[in-house]
Design a protein around this ligand. Structure first.
Ligand code: H79
Length: 444
C-alpha cells in the first residue's frame, strides 16, 4: 500500500489543515512527558553547557575535552529503562550542541565522537535502546555552531570580544555552513529510522545575530518535511509568521501563565525544564528541584494543555547523576499510580471550577476529570457548581471511593453549607501516601 502524506505544497512550505496537524501531533499531545538529554564535550567541564561561551574559551583550549572524551560506562539500555520507569514516552537527544561536537559519525566533520578516545558511534545504540522500550526518539540539533570554521562570529559567539578572531569573518562563508546544516540533518533524518521530534536551537535575528536568512530556514524545513513527513518540529527557525513554519512553541525553563495562543487560538507547546538550572552535567550546581516540585510541574503543564520535556545531563562516564536518578524514581513512583491523570489529558473545560490549591486535568476520551490536591485539606473539598455532574469519585492511589454530598442542609454542626449547585467531597483526614494525591471524577 502506498502511503501519500497529507501536506499540500503551497508556494513555500507544506501547509496542513488544523485537523491534519492535530492528527499528526496526536501521539505527542497524548504523551505529555518526555526526556531531554544534553550530552557533549561540556559534560567533562561539568560547569554548564555554555562554558565555552561564558568563559570565552578558544578552540585550542577546548580541545582537551575532545581529547579526553571517553564515556566508558555508556549504556543506553539503562537510560531508556530509567526514562520508561519515570513515565516518559519520548526522548530528545542533543546530537550536536552549540559547541559543534557531533555524537554520530557524520561524514561532514572530523569533530565527532568516532575520533575521540571513545571511538564509537553513540547514536545508533541510543535510538535502538529507546525504541526497544517503546519510547519515541527525537533529535536536538544546534543551528548555532561555535566550532565550524564558516560560522561567522556574532554577539553570541565565545570569541565575540576577540578582535583578531572577528577579523576572520571576512574569510568565513555562511553559504558553506548553511549547506553543512542541510547535509547533517539529511544524515540524521535518513540513517536512524523514523524520527519523531526535531528540536532546532536557536535564532537571534537582528544586527550581529542570526535568523532565518542565515539558516535558509524555509528550504531547511522543506527538506526536513520531505525526509520525515510526520516529524514534529519546534519553533526556533525564526519562521514564527510563516504558515507551516513550526509545530509547537518552546517556553524554556518557564511555566506559561495559561495555554499559549496565537491570534486567539491555543497552540501546541512543550516546556523544556531542567533539574538544577543548567542542561549539561554541572557537578557543583545545588539548585535542584524537589520531586514534589517536578511532579507539580508535570501536572501544571498538562493542566494547561502542554508537554513537559524534562532534562537529564549525563556525566562524562556516560551515566546519570544520582541526584537525577532519585528524581526520576520519584516521578515514576507517582506516575505508577497517577499516570491516568496525565496521558491523553488536557486542560479541563471552563465549566469545571478549579478548587483552591488544586490543579485540574481532563481526559476527553474517557470523560474523566482529575483533581490534583496540592495542599491536603481537612476532611472536605468544595467543588463549586459540580452538582449533578459526577457519576463516581475515587482516589487514584488506592481506588478507594470518595463519597460526596450535594446541597447540605444549612446550619448543621457536622457538615458544611454549600451552594445549591455545589458538591462537597468527603476526604480521609490523613493525606494519602503519594506526593500529590489525585481524585478521579467519572463524569455523567
Ligand atoms: O540547550 C539548552 C540551552 O543551552 C539552549 N537551549 C536549551 C534547550 C539555550 N541556552 N540559552 N538559550 C538557549 C537562550 C539564550 C539566550 C541568550 Fe542571548 C544568549 C541571551 C543572551 C545570550 C541571543 C543573544 C539572545 C539574546 C541575545
Amino acid at each position: 500500500l502506498l502511503m501519500v502524506h497529507s501536506f499540500k505544497l503551497s508556494a513555500q512550505l507544506p501547509v496542513e489543515t488544523p485537523a491534519q496537524k492535530k492528527a499528526r501531533l496526536q501521539w505527542w499531545t497524548d504523551a505529555r512527558f518526555g526526556m531531554f538529554i544534553h550530552w557533549g564535550l561540556y559534560s567533562l567541564a561539568a560547569r554548564h553547557e555554555w562554558v565555552k561561551n561564558y568563559e570565552r574559551i578558544n578552540d585550542s583550549t577546548y580541545q582537551k575535552y575532545f581529547d579526553n572524551y571517553n564515556p566508558d560506562l555508556y549504556n543506553p539500555e539503562e537510560w531508556a529503562l530509567k526514562a520508561k520507569q519515570a513515565g516518559m514516552k519520548y526522548v530528545v537527544l542533543t546530537t550536536k550542541h552549540h559547541e559543534g561536537f557531533c555524537l554520530w559519525d557524520s561524514k561532514y566533520t572530523d569533530y565527532k565522537v568516532t575520533n575521540t578516545p571513545y571511538g564509537k558511534d553513540l547514536l545508533k545504540p541510543f535510538v535502538e535502546a529507546f525504541r526497544r522500550q517503546g519510547i519515541r526518539v527525537g533529535f536536538y540539533y544546534s543551528l548555532i555552531d561555535w566550532h565550524h570554521p564558516d560560522f561567522t562570529i556574532d554577539r553570541v559567539h565565545p570569541m565575540r570580544d576577540n578582535a583578531a578572531a572577528r577579523k576572520t569573518n571576512a574569510t568565513r562563508d555562511m553559504n558553506k555552513y548553511r549547506q553543512y546544516i542541510k547535509n547533517q540533518l539529511t544524515e540524521l533524518l535518513t540513517n536512524y529510522g523514523k524520527i519523531d521530534e526535531l528540536f532546532l536551537d536557536f535564532s537571534y535575528p537582528g544586527n550581529d545575530g542570526k535568523g532565518h536568512e542565515d539558516w535558509d530556514s524555509e528550504n531547511l524545513l522543506k527538506l526536513i518535511r520531505k525526509l520525515q513527513p510526520q516529524i514534529i518540529v519546534n519553533d526556533r527557525l525564526d519562521l514564527s509568521n510563516v504558515p507551516g513554519g513550526w509545530d509547537y512553541q518552546t517556553p524554556e525553563q518557564f511555566m506559561p501563565q495559561e495555554w499559549p495562543t496565537v491570534n486567539g487560538v491555543k497552540v501546541p507547546w512543550e516546556t523544556c525544564q531542567t533539574f538544577s538550572g543548567s542542561w549539561g552535567y554541572y557537578r557543583d550546581e545545588y539548585s535542584w528541584k524537589s520531586i514534589n516540585q517536578l511532579v507539580e510541574m508535570l501536572i501544571e503543564t498538562t493542566s494547561k494543555g502542554g508537554n513537559l520535556l524534562l532534562n537529564v545531563g549525563p556525566t562524562a562516564r556516560g551515566v546519570f547523576d544520582e541526584r537525577a536518578d532519585e528524581r526520576l524514581k520519584g516521578l515514576g513512583d507517582w506516575m505508577k499510580f497517577n499516570e491516568r491523570s496525565i496521558y491523553g489529558c488536557t486542560q479541563a473545560p471552563d465549566s469545571f471550577a478549579k478548587p483552591d490549591n488544586c490543579l485540574l486535568t481532563y481526559n476527553p476520551k474517557t470523560n474523566r476529570l482529575y483533581i490534583h490536591v496540592l495542599q491536603w485539606p481537612f476532611k472536605s473539598l468544595h467543588l463549586k457548581g459540580y452538582a449533578g455532574k459526577i457519576r463516581y469519585a475515587q482516589l487514584l492511589n488506592d481506588a478507594s471511593e470518595v463519597r460526596f454530598t450535594t446541597n447540605t442542609t444549612p446550619g448543621s454542626h457536622t457538615t458544611e453549607n454549600s451552594g445549591a449547585n455545589d458538591v462537597i467531597l468527603d476526604l480521609p483526614v490523613t493525606k494519602p501516601n503519594t506526593v500529590i494525591p489525585v481524585i478521579e471524577l467519572i463524569l455523567k
